[in-house]
Write a protein that binds this ligand. Sequence first.
Ligand code: T46
Length: 142
Amino acid sequence: MVANTSMGRFSAHSNGLGKLVAVEGGKDVPFQIRRIYYIYEVPPDQWRGFHSHRDLHQALICVHGSVTIRTMIPGQKEDILLDDPSKVLFIGPMVWREMYQFSEGAVLLVLADHYYTESDYIRSLDQYMKEAIPFWTETDKR
Ligand code: T46
């Protein structure tokens, strides 16, 4: 996988009445959760994202439907299908992401370790490459 990204799976409690997934900060996700947000009613041909975060750690879960997440750092790129509410994609700092192929009714839930801070975003790919190349050539950050 692209550096600073990983996949996980939450265990679902199943008792014949349906399923329940519980997510606890610092246990099921490797950070304390300061913010959640969710993205929904995205038209099927719409792409979102096109940015990186400088410091943020996130967990992305498609709790209904499916969506593909493109993750990228200089020299590495991967497309990951989130199509199951127990699947989780962890993304750490300095990873460019794009989200696309939202299915009808898809709901993408995101858990994050910081409050919303616009200055943490890098929204230009040129600026991202300027910061990412030195970032990713320092071996201790891989
Ligand atoms: C990410 C991907 C997966 C807020 O006011 N507070 C918030 O906590 C967030 C997340 C967004 N906003 C505002 C900022 C924009 O005016 O909501 C608007 C839409 O945000 P944005 O264009 O950044 O949405 P996406 O779908 O491109 O990206 C979002 C997150 O912003 C980002 O952190 O990693 O989902």
